[in-house]
Design a binder for this molecule. Structure first.
Ligand SMILES: *Cc1c(COP(=O)(O)O)cnc(C)c1O
Length: 357
């Protein structure tokens, strides 16, 4: 079975070499030397002022919500992974869903202001598939209405917008380093904050709220460990090669599918993309279901990323209408995409699509 993704694994000897040091120093977790080296190396690689390595991309958002003192209503995207909405609910905030752009599939910035009420404190948007949100317009709205901005950049590791890392936009940017993501540490995530005071608070929160014997605030355990950092240290030097390998595969899909009756999200200008996913939008849900079934018969596992549209989650108490997100989420499928996906598989997958649509 060919899966929609496959985690990159470094040569086992590389990993063993790095974790040897753990047997020397007996430092297993609690911000050990490997965690700190990974943070420094990612900052250098992506051109960031700061980055905190945390347990996962979900706790990263929860820490950000807490540290920015976000309460009440938060305007958010319905087109993302469920963790985006859950992190708000878990922190006691009310998600207010704003429909997406039919072009980029990210939150539609022109629809945000109509949803602002006196209880709105923030915007939580996802750079979905690694496609940058309309960050300029969102910043303008946030300044005008004194709102905080968090970007769920779980898909956007390595993405640049206007010459700098996409993590540099917003009050806080979070990422996921989960095994299914482009850059991974098996489990893991990160927080990058504009304001160093916010970063300090997140640092405190992620480690129980105390430093040694000094107890400052309520905290949680959002730390990550040396073994996960070691995986990151093996994978980080591979980043450019992994992106290049995906770009080639993405181009191959696009060339074979050039005449197919499918659409693809558009990329804002001045974006250096990471090719994290290869989503295609079919003309109808029934065609999508037929394609998915045919793929399965041929041993290809595709994913309905992202379905359902999050405004329709069954455990929400309030209904929001997001017709574009509802429509796209019913018709979008992510095709297999990873560093060493075979060319003949891409050809076979594309031929299946060409035969169906
Ligand atoms: C994967 C993902 C997350 C969750 O990250 P974890 O590290 O698995 O907690 C959050 N948001 C989006 C958009 C994701 O794809």
């Amino acid at each position: 079975m060919i899966n929609v993704t496959k985690s990159y694994l470094p040569p086992q000897s590389d990993y063993n070499r790095i974790i040897d040091s753990i047997w020397q120093n007996h430092h297993l977790t609690n911000r050990g030397p490997l965690v700190q080296k990974l943070e420094n190396d990612i900052c250098k690689k992506l051109g960031l002022e700061n980055l905190l390595f945390v347990s996962n991309g979900t706790i990263a958002m929860q820490l950000a919500i807490k540290a920015l003192n976000i309460i009440g209503e938060v305007i958010t995207t319905p087109f993302s992974y469920v963790a985006t909405t859950n992190s708000l609910l878990w922190e006691g905030c009310k998600p207010v869903f704003c429909d997406i752009s039919s072009e980029t599939f990210c939150i539609d910035s022109s629809k945000i202001e109509a949803l602002i009420t006196p209880r709105t404190t923030a915007i939580l948007a996802t750079h979905v598939y690694g496609i940058p949100c309309d960050v300029e317009q969102i910043e303008k709205i946030a300044l005008k209405h004194s709102l905080k901005v968090i970007y769920d950049a779980a898909h956007a590791f390595g993405v640049e917008y206007k010459g700098q890392s996409i993590f540099n936009y917003g009050d806080v940017s979070t990422c996921s380093f989960h095994a299914t993501k482009l850059f991974h540490t098996i489990e893991g995530g990160s927080v990058t904050a504009k304001d160093t005071e916010v970063l300090k608070l997140i640092n405190l929160y992620h480690s129980f709220g105390h430093i040694g014997d000094d107890y400052f605030t309520m905290g949680i355990n959002g730390k990550n460990c040396e073994f996960h950092a070691a995986m990151g240290l093996c994978n980080l030097p591979m980043l450019d090669l992994l992106i290049e390998a995906r770009a080639k595969r993405s181009d191959l899909y696009s060339s074979i599918l050039s005449k197919a009756a499918i659409t693809r999200p558009g990329m804002p200008e001045s974006t250096k993309y990471n090719y994290a996913y290869y989503p295609v939008v079919f003309e109808s849900e029934s065609i999508l279901l037929k394609a998915k079934e045919t793929f399965l018969k041929n041993e290809f596992n595709t994913r309905r990323y992202f379905y359902p549209s999050l405004n329709n989650l069954p455990f929400l108490t309030e209904h929001y209408s997001c017709p574009i997100s509802d429509d796209i989420s019913k018709r979008v499928l992510c095709l297999p995409m990873y560093f060493d996906l075979e060319e003949f598989h891409i050809e076979k997958i594309s031929k299946i699509i060409n035969s169906i649509v």
